[in-house]
Design a protein around this ligand. Sequence first.
Ligand code: NAP
Length: 301
Amino acid sequence: MNDELVAPVTPLTPVTVIGLGLMGRALAGTFLKAGHPTTVWNRTASKADQLVAEGARLAPTVGDALKAGSLAIVCVTDYQAVHELLGASDVELDGTMLINLTSGDSAQARETARWAEQRGARYLDGAIMGIPSTIGTADAILLHSGPPADFEEHRATLDVLGTVTYLGADHGLASLYDVAGLAMMWSVLNAWLQGTALLRTAGVDASTFAPFAQEMAAGVADWLPGYALQIDRGSFPAEVAALETDARAMAHLIEESEAVGVNAELPRLFKAMADRAIAAGHGGEQYPVLIEEFGKPAADG
Ligand code: NAP
């Protein structure tokens, strides 16, 4: 054999995964499959059995797990659990690279970043939009925020987990994008359920309405970039329709819902917001002017 023809193999980055619930096991399993030396730790050690059988190393303590990898991913129930785990007196954070993929809010992310950095750790926050079975595929969206150099250093390693996105230096951004995505998801689903409830009163089943609803949702989605420009400029000329025209159509939706006996709470809610904007003098402007209603606390607190 000619040794000169054998390309040198660059060893893959050793990683640590702390927290082996449904999501943590998917993360660790994906690193293992990709060939990364993988150390794991979980409060309930038995949840590591399958991963150990597949080649993971089970660390005896959190501190030992943190020392094993070039980066340590933490994925547990909530930030309280993160603090309980990493704040224990025998855990040394100095010199570690932490990537916290636990779900939480932006204030928790920023506070945890400060807390970890004061103890000498480097810290990226993150959020996962996807279910465990999607981890390792493009369908898993992993959002990250924190120091750009730390993200760039570990990007190639994180890439094996799915579609990995960097959002900016503010540690709170991953959580904010996460909940903004949830706002999109539930708003579209609730609107579709409202329409489905209306049509079912006339014997139209959900499957018949679904393709029409899909086209509506895609059509509305096409408006977003143009409407976003209006919001960013703070100028809302009624190029398509004035808000007061939309408000009249909202009244039809409420009346129709009440007449056929379906729930009218959702349309009443967005009509109330439109009415407040109209009362404030915005009736002749275009729909995105409602950002001013969305950008402040509700009238009732
Ligand atoms: P899970 O199956 O309920 O697992 C929870 C994990 O947290 C377990 O490893 C548990 O340890 C650990 N834990 C909880 N409290 C702890 C404490 N005080 N000290 C040490 N460990 C503690 O939850 P999961 O589905 O893996 O979710 C983990 C995170 O991913 C959550 O923030 C979740 O919102 C997020 N996420 C999950 C999904 C999903 O579809 N599953 C999707 C997106 C994001 P034990 O095993 O010892 O109980």
